[in-house]
Design a protein around this ligand. Structure first.
Ligand SMILES: Cc1cc2nc3c(=O)[nH]c(=O)nc-3n(C[C@H](O)[C@H](O)[C@H](O)COP(=O)(O)OP(=O)(O)OC[C@H]3O[C@@H](n4cnc5c(N)ncnc54)[C@H](O)[C@@H]3O)c2cc1C
Length: 485
């Protein structure tokens, strides 16, 4: 017997198929076959990363009739992105009505999926989207669209060869080298750099004791093992509170959270950017204005969601040490000693929730050409770059998220690489970093890629135009055969 939830979902999937067929999905392929210099076939696009941005980019490209692409994801199915791995909040921060991965198709929205499973009354009552519901929804979108994501397949060593981009893939098919006319780096927020570890004289993340007792919030943490333990948390953003809350709910007896600032940020400035004018228009601003907007937004920092703070505050074992920066951190066989500006604390374990270092161009995937790509440091004065080193490390991207060469004409192949993750934020706003911008971002990316694929083949397309001989009037008395024209 099918349950109501299954019946609801089946009916919705029929709606999706009907909506998509009305939009002529899947669009026929129009891109002319490409090959590398030696004649080997080339993909039109290789998408690296099958999370929110990668899968939405794949959907957008398929809608534009790009079919000769591959999308690879190093994690197993269901483990893409943060949602079911290191994200530890109960609900998304964003409001429940947010859209994005559905690219404007109503039956593909989170709301349609949720109502199909739980009914409209449940949607009306829903406060915010549960984290794992969001992960399941993304997987459903992927399944119903039959997006060809290849899991457990890692891409590395991207370089230019034969006028195209070459990448090494390692996955269930073994190791292979693929060629592509375009590469999309949808590597994620951590894929814009790496988890940031704090620096203290007595702390080495690699030491045996550190590995056993000091964890990064973006890593795997066995919270069951923290039952009845005392935990120190460094940081006061969303991840700090969500990791503290998860530890308390798992039975930690004491969780002490430390923030350097004397009071936490109270306003989420980046939330303000989530309106069509900003999302569509930001990229068209001059460098000085773009730099001003995001250096300001980043310097204001983001408060934790109040739900995450309340989650912790209801436990008597929770204490927030605001205005108490750490000055040293040292793990030994029995625990961790934290030295702060106000004294010494001893914990069984420590979680550092210090976010990610954005240094997109330091990623191993782009090692072969990192020196040639323009970053924001090349576009602002040395004094500005020194004042805002993280912002200065963001790649400086073109109108279609493509990398730009430092010296014009020296490395034109760089424009074959499109950065569609958090690394695009200084250039385009959060069109590949937060959910509300992803539809605008994926459409902009797809439009730029199809434009470039067409322009590159313009002469071949002209030949195809000359060869186009579909005679429209053949069935009528007005028909004139070709040899009489
Ligand atoms: C904890 C947390 C909570 C968030 N909550 C919200 C929220 O409430 N609302 C909101 O709007 N945004 C939120 N975000 C921001 C954003 O929506 C997410 O980070 C989202 O996952 C970004 O999608 P993405 O595709 O860029 O990255 P991801 O979802 O991380 O996907 C990137 C994928 O690339 C893969 N990958 C990386 N390198 C390679 C490689 N070399 N080869 C193959 N695969 C590779 C990774 O395995 C990963 O699955 C949150 C982010 C975090 C970290």
């Amino acid at each position: 017997m099918m349950e109501d939830r299954d019946i609801g979902l089946k009916a919705l999937e029929n709606d999706v198929r009907r909506d998509l067929s009305r939009l002529n999905w899947p669009s026929p392929n129009w891109v002319l076959p490409g090959s590398v210099d030696g004649g080997e076939p080339a993909l039109d696009v290789l998408i690296i990363g099958g999370g929110l941005c990668g899968q939405t980019a794949a959907f957008a490209l398929m809608r534009e009739g790009v079919r000769n692409f591959r999308i690879v994801e190093r994690q197993p199915e269901g483990q893409e992105g943060p949602w079911a791995t290191f994200a530890r909040m109960d609900t998304l921060r964003s409001p429940k009505h947010l859209t994005g991965p559905e690219l404007g198709v109503p039956s593909l929205t989170f709301r349609a999926w949720y109502e199909a499973l739980n009914g409209q009354a449940a949607w009306d009552e829903l406060y915010k989207i549960a984290r794992l519901d969001w992960a399941h929804y993304l997987l459903w979108v992927r399944r119903v669209l039959a997006l060809p994501i290849e899991n457990r397949t890692e891409a590395s060593d991207i370089r230019f060869s034969g006028g195209h981009v070459q990448a090494t893939l390692r996955g269930p098919r073994g190791q292979e080298i693929v060629h592509a006319r375009k590469v999309v780096l949808a590597l994620g927020r951590d894929g814009s750099g790496a988890p940031r570890w704090p620096r203290f004289a007595s702390f080495s993340p690699e030491s045996e004791h550190s590995k056993a007792r000091i964890f990064h919030s973006a890593g795997a943490i066995d919270f069951e093992a923290l039952r009845a333990k005392s935990i120190g948390v460094l940081g006061a953003g969303a991840s700090a509170f969500d990791n503290a809350g998860t530890a308390l709910e798992a039975g930690a007896v004491e969780v002490a959270l430390f923030a350097r600032r004397t009071y936490l940020p109270q306003v989420n400035k980046s939330k303000w950017t989530s309106f069509p004018g900003f999302l569509h228009g930001f990229h068209s601003l001059d460098d000085a204005r773009r730099w001003r907007f995001f250096t300001y937004i980043f310097s204001e920092q983001v408060p934790p969601p109040f739900e995450s703070a309340l989650r912790c505050e209801k436990f008597p074992g929770f204490k927030a040490h605001i205005g108490e920066p750490w000055t040293d951190l040292c793990a030994d066989a029995k625990g961790v000693t934290v030295t702060s500006a106000k004294g010494t604390h001893r914990f069984d374990a420590v979680i550092v929730a210090t976010g990610f270092d954005v240094d997109m161009m330091a990623r191993p995937e782009v090692a072969a050409f990192r020196e040639q790509a323009t970053t924001w440091a090349d576009r602002v004065s040395p004094a500005e770059a020194l004042a805002h080193p993280e912002e200065a490390r963001f790649p400086y991207l073109g109108d279609g998220f493509q990398l730009l060469e430092k010296t014009p004409g020296a490395h034109p192949g760089l424009a074959r690489v499109h950065v569609f993750n958090w690394g695009c934020t200084m250039s385009h706003g959060a069109l590949a970093g937060d959910i509300p911008g992803v539809a605008i971002g994926a459409n902009r990316l797809a439009e730029a890629i199809v434009r470039d694929l067409f322009v590159e083949d313009a002469d071949r397309h002209f030949s195809a135009l000359l060869a186009h001989e579909e005679e429209e009037l053949k069935a009528t008395a007005l028909y004139v055969p070709k040899d009489r024209r």
